[in-house]
Design a protein around this ligand. Structure first.
Ligand SMILES: [Zn+2]
Length: 301
């Protein structure tokens, strides 16, 4: 769930002394790198003449929460304020989605509790029935069972062909076909994303994004009928790409360069054109450079 943070309320809660420290740090370019952690964001603050402090801020069940190594006895120290401002400035998504140990949806928790009371065989059969008709669930099941190695070259080539074929089918002028192709492309990469993450898989998702960018324009034109679909499909591809980037840890400069290529190649707009989503992989400076570069790009067509 996305969360909004009111920085003015936060600053007045922290008090003038902490705000002064925060402003000094931000003016000096601190924190340099932000990392998504446990649904919040963390960083290491380095100020000359001071030890490095590790800081974490996030929204927990107790509301806005800050943890810092520094000796301050206040709830909110200047480091926490600086981190929060930096994260807000970079458009950090205050969501638990990036958290590997994310909080479980209450409805899911309730059903899981109920499921735990059933005999294992019945539960296994129920799950298998669904997995038999849902390739993503089937792949996840195999992954949980430790039966899936990294995708082979042949499997990746197969997926590439599938994606290209789907794109070809979507060029008939039938809008419904474009949407169906988009959802099938998402499913194709989601199935593979259940495998151990690799650089090749990351490139495959990037190819899928390029293909979607290429076939989506007619749907964007028909926004009255297809208001949500392009965002849903593009967003799913981007989420997957961001997640894989975090897992694979590609060279940030090379990744930034590829993103520029993909975004610029899009005729109308690219589903990967959300630089701030890549904050944890690219770092703040690269995200900012990317935003500036893309803002200054020549308008094509
Ligand atoms: Zn502190």
């Amino acid at each position: 769930m996305a969360v909004r943070i009111d920085i003015d309320a936060l600053r007045s809660e922290a008090g003038p002394a902490a705000c002064e420290v925060a402003d000094r740090l931000l003016a000096a370019g601190e924190p340099e790198t932000l990392v998504a952690a446990d649904g919040g964001v963390s960083c290491v603050i380095r100020e000359s003449g001071q030890p490095a402090y590790e800081v974490w801020v996030g929204v927990t069940v107790d509301g806005f929460t800050a943890e810092c190594d520094c000796p301050s006895t206040e709830e909110l120290c200047g480091h926490a304020v600086a981190l929060t401002e930096a994260a807000l400035e970079d458009g950090f998504a205050w969501s638990s989605a990036a958290n590997p140990e994310r909080e479980i949806d209450p409805r899911v928790a309730e059903l899981a509790e109920l499921a735990a009371t059933l005999p294992t065989r019945r539960l296994a059969l129920l799950l298998a029935e669904y997995a038999a008709t849902d390739p993503v669930l089937a792949a996840r099941l195999l992954a949980y069972a430790g039966k899936l190695g990294p995708a082979t070259d042949a499997e990746l080539a197969d997926a590439r062909r599938t994606i290209d074929d789907l794109a070809d089918e979507a060029t008939t002028g039938d809008l419904n076909q474009v949407e169906k192709a988009g959802r099938a492309i998402v499913e194709t990469v989601q199935v593979l994303a259940q495998r151990p993450p690799t650089g090749e898989l990351l490139l495959l998702v990037e190819q899928a994004a390029r293909v979607w960018d290429r076939i989506v324009p007619p749907l964007l034109d028909a926004w009255k009928e297809y208001e949500e679909e392009p965002g849903e499909i593009g967003g799913a591809l981007r989420d997957l790409h961001v997640q894989l980037c975090a897992e694979v840890g590609p060279d940030p400069d090379e990744l930034a360069e590829r993103l520029v290529g993909i975004i610029r190649a899009a005729e109308v707009e690219s589903c990967l054109d959300e630089p701030s989503d890549y904050l944890t992989v690219l770092g703040r400076q690269r995200v900012r450079r990317l935003q500036q570069l893309l803002r200054s790009r020549p308008v094509s067509g």
